[in-house]
Design a protein around this ligand. Structure first.
Ligand code: 5GP
Length: 195
């Protein structure tokens, strides 16, 4: 998505050769116009998948997930990060190692909001090593729901997540794929390259 790539180049801050900060439009301050376009693009790409629910992880996935859900005309549900490892009966839960915070979180979704009839589109802000998406797909599995696809705003193509998830046959659409952050330069993968 050209507008997203331009925004990343303009406002993204390279924190290291593996971490990009996009606090000014996605992870702290939110640009609603850009989120609307992101939601519209995901909705277009997954329109044929008969999605019944958009699922994400708090907090940075919520804005793009809500906009996508709005466009698809379905609810958005965000998994909560719980400090306690105690599992309640009315929750689906999974373990996720947080890439940026370097800590393990138990994430959960109430059984009230996900069921076997659901076709789920997972949305997240970043894809790095795939832990967040794997945790969310574990929750989809616990609910006996169907994983319709995964929408990622920014995929870091030089990390393993994309490969791991595509190997599992999961349909992933990433709106910007970064090939490298080294040398204080952001390089995108060419749009016509299939991964
Ligand atoms: P994964 O679970 O794929 O290893 O990492 C994805 C999660 O870690 C995302 O939910 C995102 O919040 C966070 N993350 C991973 N890499 C980055 C990054 O370069 N920048 C930011 N802001 N968040 C990241």
């Amino acid at each position: 998505m050209r507008r997203l790539e331009e925004r990343i180049l303009r406002d993204g801050k390279i924190l290291s050769s593996t971490v990009l900060k996009v606090d000014s439009f996605l992870n702290h301050q939110i640009d609603p116009e850009l989120m609307k376009e992101i939601g519209g693009t995901f909705a277009q790409r997954f329109r044929e998948k008969a999605v019944t629910k958009v699922v994400t992880l708090e907090s940075s996935g919520i804005a793009p997930a809500a906009m996508t859900a709005l466009e698809l005309g379905v609810p958005a549900v965000f998994a909560r990060k719980r400090k306690s490892l105690t599992l309640a009966d009315d929750l689906y839960s999974a373990e996720v190692y947080s890439y940026t915070k370097e800590e393990r979180n138990s994430i959960s979704i109430s059984k009230d909001f996900l069921s076997a009839e659901d076709r789920v589109l997972l949305i997240d802000d970043f894809l790095a090593n795939g832990q967040a998406v794997l945790g969310l797909s574990e929750i989809v599995k616990q609910a006996d729901a169907t994983l319709a696809g995964v929408g990622i705003v920014i995929e870091k193509g030089f990390q393993d997540g994309g490969h791991i998830l595509r190997e599992k046959g999961i349909h992933i659409e990433s709106l910007a794929i970064i090939d490298s952050l080294s040398g204080q330069k952001i390089r995108f993968q060419k749009e016509d390259v299939t991964v």
